[in-house]
Ligand binder design. Structure first.
Ligand code: APR
Length: 278
């Protein structure tokens, strides 16, 4: 956006302008959209960061191409790479970040309309964001089932197999078992389609830690009303964020970004206390 175009809702496209808007009480229905970038400081690599991203490091699994690890037809052929990754990514080993606690704080303040996450690490739940406020657009490790007969598979069985680096097989038909993570080639959960119009009803949109490269999730920030301020808290500019009159860019590490925003809103102490208890 060129600087000559004034914001329609914020007094300025800055952290201060954003904090003033939030403290005014006008931002009472906040939608949050997140990706792997909010879990990197918890020790979980993201996908596309050069050097550290998962896709740069899956070469050791000799995949035809990196995203094959989450491709349903490849998985049928060879479930090995996915289960090697599952052993590293399985929830329970990681602690939520202060960014996850910031989302929980928005909920505690009655300001969170919905969190749309692409992450499968369940750290939002562990940070205390209630289930009915989370849309796990790409599924999660929370449930697993047989990809052939669709029978649910017991959680403690899959945990045991993943820990032992074994491939779990369906107790009924011997088919491959897969956590209900959305693989390339699979449909997103119903909950995504039922909630994808919610950004239209929001009065603030916060996008954090995502490259916005995967559709249809990447279309969510564009589903807000024109006058709704949007803030990107991310290492790099992504999507169309920054092109609308009320967009605010807080580029850099998301943990620093949420601390700066919390401080500007007078919530920093509360946020740090909440995170310390997580
Ligand atoms: N602070 C802020 N931004 C960060 C941080 C951080 N600590 N770490 C990484 N980022 C940014 C990166 O610069 C990048 O823009 O977060 C973004 C992460 O992008 P991806 O690695 O592509 O992750 P994500 O957007 O979640 O991927 C979307 O792709 O493979 C599929 O299904 C998978 O859900 C995943 C989807």
């Amino acid at each position: 956006i060129d600087e000559s175009v004034p914001p329609q809702t914020l007094t300025s496209r800055t952290l201060e302008g954003l904090a003033e808007y939030i403290k005014s009480g006008k931002a009472s229905r906040i939608v949050v959209m997140t990706g792997a970038g909010i879990s990197t400081s918890a020790g979980i690599p993201d996908f596309r960061s050069p050097e550290t991203g998962l896709y740069a490091n899956l070469a050791r699994l000799n995949l035809p191409y990196a995203e094959a690890v989450f491709d349903i037809s490849f998985f049928r052929e060879n479930p090995e790479p996915f289960y090697t990754l599952a052993h590293e990514l399985y929830p329970g080993k990681y602690r939520p970040t202060i960014t996850h606690s910031f989302i929980r704080l928005l909920h505690d303040k009655g300001l969170l309309l919905t969190l749309f996450t692409q992450n499968i690490d369940c750290l939002e739940r562990e940070a205390g964001v209630p289930d009915d406020k989370i849309v796990e657009a790409h599924g999660s490790f929370a449930r697993q089932s047989c990809i052939e007969c669709k029978q649910p598979y017991p959680e403690d069985d899959i945990k045991r197999h993943i820990a032992a680096k074994e491939i779990p097989r369906c107790h009924h038909c011997k088919g491959l078992v897969k956590p209900e993570i959305v693989f390339f080639g699979e449909q997103l959960p119903q909950a995504f389609f039922e909630n994808r119009t919610l950004p239209m009803h929001s009065d603030l949109c916060i996008v954090m830690g995502t490259s916005l490269t995967v559709q249809p999730f990447a279309s969510l920030p564009g589903a807000t009303r024109e006058r709704t301020p949007r803030v990107l808290i991310n290492k790099e500019r992504v999507g169309g964020l920054g092109n609308s009159a009320d967009d605010v860019l807080l580029l850099g590490d998301c943990d620093d970004g949420v601390k700066r925003l919390a401080e500007a809103c007078g919530w920093l102490e509360e946020l740090e206390k909440l995170w310390a208890e997580t």
